[in-house]
Design a protein around this ligand. Structure first.
Ligand code: BDP
Length: 304
């Protein structure tokens, strides 16, 4: 197989995930004297993550960089990494995804027509809204909060007393601006690059999720590659992870700086009451021995 492979990403062209896949494209191009390359369609041009995942599994898109959230309804083994407060730091998350646990979770996507290539950072997610600062779960009662298309997210946000509304990422800015929703939750870079901070002026540091991102390839496209090219794609993905992390760390710092200079009010809070209310989703969504093993081994990799 030769030519330019396609990639999808919900984020703008300068976002670290897009940059990482473009890095892969350059790597492939260099190693094959231009025979292989990747063109990333950024900014959600190809559709929502749920839609592009379906297209990818049928071979209509070659690479897709998505969050774990939209994979939750496809493969239950992706649920452990989406549990609230399962990771206690970025270092912990990286340790887990770099271990055989990360490989196992990626491999589980195989039965859905997707080849899991690597896992990227997504930082910690915080709640933000257009109404008020959140200090305790009581402050969330009645707020309409956007979540990604994942039943786990819906359950988690409803457990706090808010009303979860699943909406594609690309529609969140408009929904906030029009008052269709009161808020959402996301990491610092998305809060800034998707311009949510321009309309949601209260950000409360809950850091409830450190759910990472996944880079998948269509199994249909994968099967068209020679054995050597498959190895090359795996190698390119592996090389892109440290590259992405460098870009990511810089991007988080830059986004926090942007917020510090904006009119957004940022507040810290006691995370315990939030964690306690969200805890039941663990038992609700983690039911199989395979999932439980991922959870146990993930927790065992916490510091100290
Ligand atoms: C961002 C992820 C992106 C998701 C988005 C969301 O990078 O893949 O689309 O969150 O909340 O952090 O849907």
């Amino acid at each position: 197989m030769s030519g330019i492979l396609t990639g999808a990403d919900a984020h703008p062209a300068d976002y670290p995930t897009v940059q990482a896949v473009e890095f892969m494209g350059r790597y492939l191009s260099e190693k094959t004297a231009g025979r292989l390359g990747i063109k990333v369609f950024a900014g959600g041009q190809l559709g929502s993550e749920t839609d592009t995942l379906e297209i990818t599994s049928f071979g209509g898109i070659d690479f897709n960089r998505v969050n774990f959230a939209p994979l939750n309804s496809i493969e239950p083994m992706t649920l452990p990494f989406s549990l609230p407060f399962i990771f206690d730091s970025v270092a912990h998350m990286r340790r887990v995804v770099d271990s055989e646990v990360g490989d196992e979770v990626l491999a589980a996507l195989d039965r859905h027509g997707l080849i899991g290539l690597c896992i990227y950072d997504s930082g910690a997610r915080n709640f933000y809204n257009t109404r008020r600062s959140i200090y305790t779960p009581a402050d969330m009662v009645g707020l309409k909060l956007r979540v990604p298309a994942s039943d786990l997210y819906v359950a988690m946000v409803n457990a706090l007393g808010a009303n979860a509304v699943p909406i594609p990422f690309g529609e969140v800015y408009q929904s906030l601006a029009q008052g269709v929703i009161d808020g959402a939750e996301n990491n610092w870079p998305s809060f800034v690059s998707a311009r949510h901070y321009e309309v949601a002026n209260y950000l409360s540091v809950t850091e409830h999720l450190l759910t990472p991102e996944a880079l998948v390839m269509s199994k249909a496209s994968w099967e068209k590659l020679s054995g050597d090219d498959r190895e090359l794609v795996r190698e390119a993905a592996k090389q892109s992870v440290p590259e992405m992390r460098k870009l990511w760390d810089a991007r988080v710092a830059e986004a926090k700086q942007t917020i510090a200079q904006s009119k957004v009010q940022v507040n810290q809070l006691d995370k315990e009451p939030f964690a306690a209310l969200m805890r039941p989703v663990w038992d609700q969504f983690i039911t199989t021995p395979e999932q439980k093993s991922v959870v146990e081994r993930t927790l065992a990799m916490k510091e100290g």
